[in-house]
Design a protein around this ligand. Structure first.
Ligand SMILES: [Zn+2]
Length: 399
């Protein structure tokens, strides 16, 4: 079956109207609108009516195992520090039936309808929940695999060194096929920064998995940890396989430029959620140095916080807004964090709107990519693997 998206505009040439033909899940032709004939009797077409076509959006940092999405409203007690929120979640998650396949599925459907076709999600792994979260998310990923790709990070939310048994569970998760391991605040959570980092890099070097570390630690402590991560990435030959999520330490002014250069040299990527009033990586400086930046939702409607809707166009807007950018160039860079930049961070092959790429497209009412980020228009249509899966913000495809 050939699927043709007629009369859309692409961000690099917004003045031209084209048709995009998809077959076997890939883009097979891009031609001026009105010149693309049916490939056969089973050709299906939709009329894009001049909408802007973006590649499928990527949520590079989610925690879908934690979500309460679609469940009843749960007032947040407003607990303060990261450590207090971790403890709060540990106490309460069983009571709320987490991880819940029902809540995760509802959230994944919302994310797809919003135009997300790939998700990297950090799933809690600890001796309490064991690998139940990994298995629950894997079941949801399998069910929706024709609509969205969900890849997991085995995430030691409650600490790696300070929570005995967690490292062994991470290794088990990798043996089950989880491609990436996480870390968390090696100083404040584990009180053993080099021990945690050594354990993570040793596991990655032995198994070939990637690393994506949560670093909320900022100031000179965070900056020092950046150096430690960069050094280990180089020593283990893991360039392109290591990311630092949240990365508050990058905002430490005395060392910022030196750290950016170090990340570029080591091949370490950054991932931000641009939430609340926490530091956000500097878009323009990272781009100038060639450090890839991705963005993600972080937690959505969970025991950590009440916000989130799985809309990556809105998340790109937050990245732009928190960077105080006003130019089209800045807005386009922010969109890249939810599209091609995220694809680079996650190592997604064949990403984009050229012939040969996987046929994931989102149609929005905007004249340029910059306008799409600034105005966050509704998603008119979502095409995943060359199939129409959502229209006007509602899922139409069966999982
Ligand atoms: Zn996170």
């Amino acid at each position: 079956m050939t699927f043709v998206v007629d009369d859309v505009r692409l961000a690099h040439a917004p003045g031209e109207r084209v048709s995009v033909a998809c077959e076997g899940g890939r883009i097979v032709a891009v031609a001026p609108a009105g010149t693309m004939p049916d490939a056969g009797a089973d050709t299906e077409r939709i009329d894009g009516r001049g909408a802007l076509a973006l590649p499928g959006l990527i949520d590079a940092h989610a925690h879908i195992d934690k979500t309460l999405y679609s469940g009843r409203w749960v007032p947040n007690p407003g607990v303060g520090t990261v450590s207090e929120r971790i403890a709060h979640e540990r106490r309460e998650r069983e009571r709320f039936g987490l991880p819940s396949e029902q809540y995760i599925s509802a959230l994944v459907e919302r994310m797809i309808a919003n135009g997300t076709t790939r998700i990297r999600t950090h799933t809690d792994v600890d001796p309490g929940v064991g690998l139940r979260g990994i298995q629950t998310v894997a079941r949801v990923a399998e069910r929706y695999r024709d609509l969205v790709t969900i890849e997991q990070v085995a995430f030691p939310q409650g600490g790696l060194i300070s929570n005995p048994g967690t490292l062994e569970l991470l290794e088990e998760a990798v043996a089950l096929g989880v491609p990436t391991i996480g870390g968390i605040d090696p100083a404040i959570v584990d009180r053993a920064p080099t021990v945690q980092l050594d354990a993570l890099f040793d596991l990655a070097a032995r198994t070939g998995c990637g690393i994506d570390i949560h670093l909320h630690e900022d100031g000179s402590l965070g900056a020092w940890e950046f150096e430690e991560i960069a050094a280990r990435t180089i020593a283990h030959g893991l360039a392109g396989r290591v990311a630092i999520s949240h990365a508050f330490g990058i905002a430490h002014p005395p060392t910022q430029q030196r750290l950016i250069e170090r990340l570029a040299e080591a091949g370490v990527a950054l991932v931000t959620a641009a939430v609340y009033d926490v530091p956000v990586p500097p878009l323009l400086a990272l781009d100038a140095a060639g450090v890839p930046l991705a963005c993600g939702s972080d937690g959505i409607r969970d025991l950590w916080g009440p916000f989130g809707n799985g809309d990556m166009l809105q998340r790109a807007m937050h990245v732009a807004y928190r960077n105080s950018v006003r130019t089209d160039e800045g807005l386009e860079l922010a969109l890249r964090a939810a599209t091609s930049g995220a694809a680079r961070v996650l190592g997604v092959p064949d990403y984009g709107l050229e012939v040969g790429c996987v046929a994931d497209l989102v149609l929005v009412d905007a004249r340029t990519a910059a306008e799409a980020v600034a105005s966050v228009p509704p998603r008119r249509a979502v095409v995943s693997r060359g199939r129409l899966v959502a229209v006007d913000g509602a899922l139409i495809a069966e999982a």
